[in-house]
Design a protein. Structure first.
Ligand code: 9MR
Length: 548
């Protein structure tokens, strides 16, 4: 339907001001909250009780629900036991309500920004339970009638858990888990429900596009809701929050898969902390802005498709300058508060995609051959050498080459690495000087791992790590260090195939280069530069199994 609206320069309107007015006939909504009025609420964060007016204008112009970025977290509301400090949070909530915004509460239980007296310092289980329930009850009761929904529990599941069918074993080892045990999850939800039966209660987490994490969350919510089907009239957990701290490499297919699984539980889903990293050092090229816009557009199209089950889509930052990840320019407005392509992408995804989707030349995956034979000098001399020297990050550190052999049961990989620091100080295995091999036995190129997909990592000191953990079975490796070079030989059993001549498998090899200070400073690859090979096999190179 044609609408008559007052048109002012778009940028001025977008940040809530209007310099020159002129009447025009416009067809399309100009604000996010209007564009999505029939779909879901649109949210953003409030940075504090005294948030800058121009940022607040973006909030009220485009959004209809607000989340406090920090001020409602446990350390701000109850730093000292029994002393609740609601002043800043009250100011945020009352201002938002007076401006016609709804308010979402974030967060009652988390492993961060929580005072140690609550669950550390040797508190007993009983004390920790009392601390958790008192905090949740007091906070929820305080905001009763003002806050429509709560992130009751934040980030309780570990990243990429190896056995996601067992949700309890997949819990992050947070102080709450250590002090109470796995039932802390139910305990905090029950306390919140009793305190305000009308508020919607959410479980909230990041990396939910990772199949293993999403599976563990799915199993947790399913189990708890099946055991608590009627707590004050409905299942205990009302909703799942997919935070959505994404990057330009995020595959919307993985987001959609998790969304579908959560919806199948009968719960509401919300996108609770959306931002999309792109660019470095606070700068983005024009091409990066468009790529980022295309990811925003693709995601908003996914959200529209499932709108019936989505409560709200909340962005984590009004603008790049005030974002927690400002180096990576993740929001829709730039430092000077002008709308970026990402804004127009969210406003009208189809139009943005139609105007900007360049026919990206489909990059052919690199191809090489694995030669039949078990490792010996003669066999290795037959195998072609592939370079591992395409860098994923700005720094160009350790690189190398790989040769591959195969027989019916296993793949044998020999990697030579040069220019390494030989540092394994970092507790994250991927930040140590190490070699990784990715295998996709059916070359299915799926955006998530299937049973035939695995990741194998060996550091220069021959310490191996696996994803998923079950891939350790039958695996063997040796390393040999000489100066700044090392070699790694890996024997990787096939999991789902009996290999034969002519088979084609997905394959990639990666070299992680640590700095002398023990942080990963470079990543060299054979083929896949997406940075997602640990959960997405679509970018791997291709290996043909041949006999010579
Ligand atoms: O944006 C928040 C930042 O200002 C805080 O310093 C940080 C503390 O850990 O928390 C940030 O918000 C987080 C949110 O509460 C939970 N999900 C991840 C968000 C980004 O770290």
């Amino acid at each position: 339907m044609l609408k008559r609206i007052i048109l002012c320069p778009l940028a001025a309107l977008l940040i809530g001001g209007c310099v020159k007015e002129k009447e025009a006939v416009m067809q399309e909504p100009q604000t996010l909250k209007d564009a999505y009025a029939d779909y879901f609420l649109i949210g953003n964060i409030v940075k504090g009780a005294n948030m800058d007016d121009s940022l607040y204008n973006i909030l009220t112009t485009h959004h209809n629900i607000a989340t406090a970025e920090n001020d409602m977290k446990p350390q701000y509301l109850q730093r000292t036991k029994g002393v609740f400090t609601f002043d800043d949070a009250d100011a945020i909530v009352n201002k938002a309500l007076s401006q016609g915004l709804k308010v979402h509460g974030h967060t009652l239980a988390w492993h961060q920004q929580t005072p140690a007296w609550m669950n550390q310092d040797g508190v007993s289980r009983d004390e920790a339970v009392a601390n958790l329930t008192t905090h949740a009850r007091t906070v929820v009761e305080h905001f009763k009638g003002k806050v429509v929904s709560w992130d009751v529990l934040n980030e309780a599941i570990a990243d990429n858990p190896p056995n996601p069918e067992d949700w309890k074993a997949s819990l992050r080892p947070s102080p709450w888990l250590q002090a109470i045990g796995a039932d802390y999850v139910e305990i905090v939800f029950k306390a919140a429900r009793e305190a305000d039966p009308a508020a919607k209660l959410y479980y909230n987490d990041y990396n939910m596009d990772n199949t293993n994490k999403a599976t563990a969350v799915y199993n947790m919510v399913k189990d708890i809701n099946e055991r608590n089907p009627d707590v004050r009239g409905r299942p205990l957990i009302d909703g799942i929050g997919m935070q959505g701290h994404y990057s330009s490499h995020t595959n919307p297919v993985n987001v959609e898969n998790s969304l579908q699984r959560f919806i199948s539980l009968g719960v509401e889903v919300s996108i609770t902390e959306l931002d999309i990293q792109s660019g470095e050092g606070g700068k983005q090229t024009d091409a990066q802005k468009i790529t980022q816009g295309l990811v925003y557009a693709a995601l908003f199209n996914v959200f529209k498709k499932y709108a019936e089950h989505i409560g709200r889509v909340t962005m984590w930052g009004t603008d790049d300058g005030s974002s927690w990840r400002k180096e990576a320019c993740p929001t829709m407005f730039d430092d000077s508060l002008s709308p970026k392509p990402a804004f127009f992408a969210a406003l009208d995804p189809d139009k943005f995609i139609a105007e900007n989707k360049v026919d990206v030349e489909t990059k052919e995956a690199k191809q090489s051959e694995a030669v039949y034979g078990t490792p010996d000098e003669d066999a290795w001399s037959q195998a072609p050498s592939i370079p591992i020297d395409s860098y994923l990050m700005a720094w160009q550190g350790a690189s190398g080459t790989a040769k591959i052999l195969w027989d019916e049961t296993s793949l044998y990989v020999l990697v030579n690495v040069n220019n390494a620091e030989m540092n394994k100080a970092n507790q994250n295995a991927y930040e140590q000087d190490s070699v990784e091999v990715f295998i996709d036995e059916n070359n299915g190129k799926t955006p998530f791992y299937e049973k035939d997909d695995g990741q194998y990592r060996v550091n220069f000191d021959n310490e191996a790590t696996f994803n998923p953990a079950s891939m350790s079975e039958g695996f063997e490796s040796q390393t040999n260090v000489s100066g700044r070079s090392y070699t790694v030989s890996l024997k990787i059993p096939f999991r789902t195939i009996t290999a034969k001549e002519g088979d084609v498998i997905g394959f990639d090899a990666q070299i992680n280069g640590a700095s002398a200070q023990g942080a990963r400073q470079s990543v060299a690859m054979w083929n896949d530069l997406s940075g997602s090979s640990y959960q997405d096999t679509s970018g791997l190179g291709v290996l043909k199994l041949v006999k010579r």
